[in-house]
Design a protein around this ligand. Structure first.
Ligand code: B12
Length: 213
């Protein structure tokens, strides 16, 4: 069983989605619990991928294929997790702001957050402040993640924060922002709760904001 866990970890780090799927299924067939597989195997491996990315050993392509392998494994695990009633760490809505169609970074953030145990509501691209607000009022998300790649669309991050304040729901949700032109200073300026420069640090920040660790 320990060997399968090790194979799953290696499969995720190497981005070998077929190996991950095969090993996840085999471990489940042997009676391993889905939550152990998720927490001791998959989330740990994604954490390691994040660490290697931060250290400059992995680049975006490695992170993408690792995240794809993670996703493939999760697809097999999901029904079992539901059976075992494993609760997600929190619920996050993510989207690229209005007027902006760049979604590669946002998708990576979604994958890393999913890897860190969050339930994701992917709002896609060109997301209006109203749509972000709806994810709070109708879907009860704990965190909103906004991505922008254009300097011309960044102000829509501020518009969303302002809309949350105006609607009286700013305190119901944490707001995280990111994207190439975005900075910590901008996050402070518009009253966001946090900024992260990459998907890996986005996942640790989200955990910090939701569970304080
Ligand atoms: C790919 C790309 C495109 C693709 C997008 C495809 C897609 N599905 O995403 C296409 C071809 C469609 C495109 C179109 C345009 N693009 Co473009 N594009 C790029 C390019 C080359 C790469 C962006 C990318 O994917 N980077 C890789 C990802 C992984 O990085 P990332 O997005 O920064 O995300 C990371 C972090 O920022 C962070 N992160 C991201 N989001 C979030 C969110 C949160 C909450 C957190 C915490 C972290 C976080 O984590 C991610 C992973 O580590 C950049 C150049 C560049 N080097 O950035 C230009 C660029 C962003 N584009 C640019 C422009 C101008 C355009 C167009 C206006 C071009 C045109 N005249 O039509 C259009 C705009 C269309 C629109 N309305 O959005 C400019 C923007 C200039 C500016 N300062 O505003 C850039 C910088 C190119 C340039 N040097 O001029 N583009």
């Amino acid at each position: 069983m320990a060997n399968k866990l090790e194979a799953i970890r290696e499969g995720i780090m190497d981005g070998d989605m077929h190996l991950v799927q095969e090993m996840v299924q085999a471990a489940l067939d042997e009676g391993m619990s889905a939550s152990d597989l998720l927490n001791k195997g998959m989330i740990e491996a994604m954490g390691e991928v994040g660490r290697l990315f931060e250290e400059g050993e992995y680049f975006v392509p490695e992170m993408l294929i690792a995240a794809r392998a993670m996703k493939a494994g999760l697809a097999i695990l999901k029904p079992k997790l539901v059976d075992e009633d494993v609760q997600p760490v929190g619920k996050v809505s993510a989207g690229t702001v209005k007027g902006d169609l760049h979604d590669i970074g946002k998708n990576l953030v979604c994958m890393m957050l999913e890897g860190a145990g969050f339930e994701i509501v992917d709002l896609g691209t060109d997301v209006s402040p109203e749509q972000f607000m709806k994810s709070v009022t109708e879907q009860g998300v704990d965190v909103i993640c906004m991505s922008a790649l254009l300097t011309t669309t960044m102000p829509n991050m501020k518009n969303t924060v302002d809309a949350l304040v105006e609607a009286g729901i700013r305190d119901d949700v944490k707001v995280m922002i990111g994207g190439a032109p975005v900075t910590q200073a901008y996050a402070d300026e518009i009253g966001a709760d946090g900024y992260a420069p990459d998907a890996s640090r986005a996942a640790s920040l989200a955990r910090e904001l939701v569970v304080g660790a």
